[in-house]
Ligand binder design. Structure first.
Ligand code: IMP
Ligand code: MG
Length: 179
């Protein structure tokens, strides 16, 4: 598996120290607000666990799973595969994402949760690939772990064809793997 990786983009150590900073910042801003952290599956799984473990204020967690209708990211049409189980009306909600790429999925998730009338709605994303953003996407991340170049990354929850999620670091795949 590691043989398919061209290079490590973000090491385990870099991930952990940046996630500690993010969790400290979010904890300070959500003191007394009992936030609900909503993880968007599956890519967020590693980040979500490491992040919420370091949040130091009382909070709740929940998950949702969304996907595009066609299985590609080109249509932009999304659907909810698994919904929240928490009533988020009047709650302070934080969407937790692995990567902000074209912005299709975050825009959809943001509007979907906003319709449930939370008291506030913010976004934390581990990675941001701004070069890939689709025109017309207005949603913005409130907290970002790392801004990365326009490269396809895997590991630490993120996949190619459902593989490589279990790598403990974020790496760039060798092009011959997906070409
Ligand atoms: P979007 O294009 O911003 O809607 O991103 C949709 C989803 O595609 C993300 O939440 C990731 O799960 C996945 N994704 C986007 N870029 C990458 C990547 O470089 N590697 C692995 N998954 C990605
Ligand atoms: Mg995701």
């Amino acid at each position: 598996m590691q043989k398919d990786i061209q290079r490590v983009l973000i090491s385990q150590q870099q991930l952990q120290s940046r996630i500690t900073e993010l969790a400290e910042q979010v904890s300070a801003e959500y003191a007394g607000k009992n936030p609900v952290f909503v993880g968007v599956l599956k890519g967020v799984v590693m980040f979500f666990g490491d992040f919420v473990k370091q949040v130091s204020v009382p909070c709740q967690i929940d998950f949702m799973c969304i996907s595009s209708y066609s299985g590609t990211d080109s249509t932009g049409k999304m659907q909810v595969k698994m919904d929240l189980s928490t009533d988020i009306r009047d709650r302070h909600v934080v969407i937790v994402e692995d990567i902000f790429d074209t912005g299709n999925s975050l825009s959809y998730t943001y509007d979907y949760l906003l319709a449930m009338k939370p008291a506030s709605l913010k976004i934390v994303t581990l990675l941001d690939k701004p070069e890939r953003r689709k025109p017309g996407v207005t949603v913005k991340a409130d907290y970002t772990g790392f801004v990365i170049p326009n490269e396809f990354v895997v590991g630490y929850g993120m996949d190619y064809n459902e593989y490589y999620r279990n790598l403990p670091f974020i790496g760039i795949l060798k092009p011959e793997v997906y070409m």
